[in-house]
Design a binder for this molecule. Structure first.
Ligand code: C5P
Length: 215
């Protein structure tokens, strides 16, 4: 692996969860730590790329030398991605974007009642699908899929449906891998090609994914 093999490439990476507010004190979110996306940003920057990291809420420190953009909601993330999309060579979508948001945001804290309550949700934009539709033939689009069963088939289906060039399928059933963990395992899937990934730390996996770009 040559030292600065991603010199002058513009890479946009999404990371972390999104947070979908319900009222001033409550939100919908998920367990994503952002570790995979931050590891990708650090590795790509080290290899000479111009990296933009768009991250949802979390405690990780942004890697130095990276253009860091903090967002909260899926719609915020979508807006930032869209505004920077034309300038990018590569997109790596590692964010665990909330598929739904509360359809109504209450500006006042919602009071509890003695009865049950129903929460109405509406669909968030799918950033990956948008980029899949709008990318140019020169732009490379890489996604992730957190799967618990029929891992390869489900991930491949997502890759095709969203028009991704590559998808990394994470096996989230592993005890030591997936969300919040420093480790990952699964499969690296391209059109007509599946490679099994043994358990490895996320920085190593990040470099392995970046190795694919110049292949
Ligand atoms: O459909 P699913 O969420 O499993 O697809 C996962 C891939 O799509 C990931 O790369 C994720 O970052 C991306 N995605 C997105 N916007 C969404 C949902 C998923 O960019 N609203």
């Amino acid at each position: 692996l040559s030292d600065k093999d991603l010199q002058d490439r513009n890479i946009l990476i999404t990371a972390g969860p999104t947070r979908e507010p319900l009222d001033p004190v409550r939100f919908l979110s998920n367990y994503s730590s952002g570790k995979m996306g931050y590891a990708l940003a650090r590795a790509a920057s080290f290899r000479g790329a111009r990296v933009t990291l768009i991250s949802g809420p979390g405690n990780l420190k942004p890697p130095v030398g990276v253009n860091f953009i903090r967002v909260k909601t899926a719609r915020d993330m979508f807006g930032e991605v869209k505004s920077l999309a034309d300038d990018q060579d590569i997109f790596i979508l590692a964010a665990a974007v909330s598929d739904y948001r509360p359809s109504h945001f209450s500006r006042h804290k919602i009071k509890k009642k003695d009865t049950d309550m129903k929460l109405v949700l509406e669909r968030n934009p799918d950033i990956a699908a948008y980029l899949g539709k709008n990318k140019t033939s020169k732009q490379l689009l890489i996604g992730f899929a957190a799967e618990s069963d029929s891992i390869i088939e489900n991930a491949r289906e997502k890759m095709i449906k969203k028009n991704l060039d590559m998808i990394i399928a994470n096996d989230i059933t592993g005890e030591n891998t997936g969300f919040e963990s420093d480790y990952n395992k699964g499969y690296l899937i391209r059109r007509g090609n599946v490679e099994k990934l043994p358990e490895m730390d996320k920085y190593k996996l990040a470099n392995l994914i970046l190795d694919q770009i110049n292949k």
